[in-house]
Design a protein around this ligand. Structure first.
Ligand code: UDP
Length: 310
């Protein structure tokens, strides 16, 4: 089948494209390198069946494909907050253009939504029917509200029978091919530990996240797309919850460096707790993550070691 992957130079776009190519599909990858990397595109271009198109998704496009996977959007807080108005444009216009392209060609669509649609959740763990607690004017709003509006567009296109648009709500995911300067907690801690620097824990480190290894997530994408029915939003993430201090210890153990902990101020609107309820994905798609944090950290650390050596 012919797939269009927007954001193919990004972390998830790279892994999804690589998986689709391995499965024998053709992939057109779109990206403008706003937050993705040329190295990811070079790695994909080495494989048969991949074609790269440099394009900004806030501008309409037309590609005849069977499936559109809309992954283009900066996702790390420092990156999406650098140009918040552009982030909101990517979330809204990028999703609208992906839906219009899918409608024109009768393609199915996968929308990369996010656990951020739940904001700083008041319900724990988060089920898909929880409507969220988002600050519409805070520094995270360009992404959170942008992604909520993107879900609205998908739901309306689907309700009107225009596009079979499938929503995956992605919880924190990590793995090889993340940017070293992504600014997210896993990459920050791993690189700090490898360099012998203090690990920067924001706040007291008691806030929680759940970390999904990228291969598990991509398997979830494949199952959502292959399902005969559109089941509405599906949480994809690892339900094992860690405090940031626990994560810091796991990273120190993996890297074998007992570096210091440096506490920095907690960012505004930083969610206190986040953990997916994945019972919907498990019941409907028989999906559950299988890679433990220690294994995933080892694979990610191996990737960053090879990067540092280059
Ligand atoms: N965090 C941290 N140190 C860092 C980067 C992030 O303690 O160097 C914290 C951050 O405040 C948040 C959690 O780790 O509570 C996850 O942050 P990340 O930016 O990875 O993703 P988020 O889930 O906030 O989008």
């Amino acid at each position: 089948m012919r797939y269009l992957v927007t954001g193919a130079a990004g972390f998830l776009g790279y892994h999804l494209s690589a998986r689709l190519l391995r499965d024998g599909h053709q992939v057109i990858g779109l990206d403008n390198f706003h937050s993705g990397t040329e190295a990811n595109v070079q790695a994909l271009s080495a494989q048969p069946g991949f074609r790269f198109v440099r394009h900004d998704v806030t501008v309409p496009y037309d590609h005849a494909v069977d499936v559109v996977c809309n992954l283009a959007c900066p996702a790390s807080p420092p990156h999406y907050q650098k140009d918040p108005v552009y982030t909101a444009k990517i979330a809204f216009l990028g999703t609208l253009h992906a839906l219009e392209n899918a409608e024109r060609h009768g393609a199915r669509l996968l929308q990369a939504s996010t656990s951020e649609v739940y904001g700083d959740p008041l319900v724990h763990p988060q089920r898909e029917d929880y409507l969220g607690n988002v600050n519409p004017i805070g520094p995270r709003a360009c992404y959170d509200e942008g992604k909520r509006l993107a879900e609205t567009l998908c739901a309306d296109f689907h309700r009107r029978g225009r596009v079979d648009a499938r929503l995956v709500r992605i919880f924190n995911t990590y793995g090889p091919n993340m940017r070293h300067d992504d600014g997210r907690v896993v990459t920050n801690f791993l690189l700090q530990a490898m360099r012998g620097e203090a690990l920067t824990v924001y706040g007291d480190g008691s806030q929680t996240r759940s970390f999904c290894y990228v291969d598990d997530l991509i398997e979830g994408f494949a199952r959502v797309l292959a399902a005969p029915t559109n089941h509405g939003p599906i949480n994809l993430g690892n339900p094992r919850e860690f405090t940031m201090l626990e994560l810091a210890q796991a990273v120190q153990a993996e890297v074998g460096a007992k570096t210091a902990i440096a506490h920095l101020p907690l960012p505004v609107d930083d969610p206190r707790q986040r953990c997916p309820d994945i019972s919907k994905a498990t019941a409907l798609l028989d999906w559950r993550p299988s890679v433990e944090l220690t294994t995933g950290l080892r694979r990610t650390a191996t990737y960053f070691r090879t990067q540092v050596q280059r």
